[in-house]
Design a protein around this ligand. Structure first.
Ligand code: ADP
Ligand code: 5GP
Length: 186
């Protein structure tokens, strides 16, 4: 059996990464999605164990001390980490595992698994569109949205470390582009 591959997908907050990943998940049951651990509070539509493992600070600390995370980062005031287990299983079973992680986590995974990783950066069309999407999503209050937008220049600086950049202007076009990248390397 051939070794699996890791597909890292990163983007500035609001660029559409979750929307794209959910569609890929729906249309490609043959691909697996890594479920991260986080200390962020659960949103209404989210399911524990599917969207994330929602952890208390103490639970997160315990996993850190047991070495269960391959990488973890502070993002927007909360901790998020990729768990070793699913990743090792996917590689050993020849599966494709998609990982929705922030830019630092993405670069970290790429360094640790360079031969196994394809890294895709989802780029927002422009700052105004990004701000409008975050506002429309309505999951954060204006102060948090401002904080997320302030991180944009730092996040864009990592774009050059990614193998592919997909601009999410039209959603269908962006999804098709991501699918084409994955099929090309299958
Ligand atoms: P992220 O996970 O990158 O923070 P989301 O996937 O939650 O971003 O997208 C942010 C908001 O923008 C959501 O309300 C989503 O429905 C919307 N959105 C995503 N992609 C597009 C697109 N191509 N055109 C218009 N709205 C979009
Ligand atoms: P959200 O709170 O909107 O779901 O995610 C916030 C950010 O955390 C996103 O950029 C997402 O990609 C990132 N993220 C989610 N899981 C992980 C992870 O396991 N590791 C890292 N480094 N970032 C993550």
């Amino acid at each position: 059996m051939s070794r699996g591959r890791l597909v890292v997908i990163s983007a500035p907050s609001g660029a559409g990464k979750t929307t794209i990943c959910r569609r890929l998940e729906r249309d490609h049951p043959e691909w697996r999605f890594s479920v991260s651990g986080t200390t962020r509070p659960q949103r209404d539509h989210e399911t524990n164990g599917k969207d994330y493992y929602f952890l208390t600070d103490d639970q997160f600390d315990e996993k850190v001390s047991k070495g269960e995370f391959l990488e973890w980062e502070w993002v927007h005031g909360y901790r998020y980490g990729t768990l070793h287990q699913a990743l090792e299983e996917a590689l050993a079973n020849g599966e494709t595992l998609l990982l929705d992680v922030d830019v630092k986590g993405g670069v970290n995974i790429k360094q640790q698994f360079s031969g196994d990783t394809i890294a895709i950066f989802i780029d927002p069309p422009d700052m105004e569109t990004l701000a409008a999407r975050l506002k429309r999503r309505g999951t954060e209050d204006p102060a948090i949205i401002k904080q997320r937008l302030a991180r944009l220049p730092q996040e864009l600086a990592y774009k050059q470390d990614y193998d592919h950049v997909v601009v999410n202007d039209n959603l269908e076009t962006a999804i098709n582009e991501v699918e084409a990248i994955l099929k090309e390397v299958e």
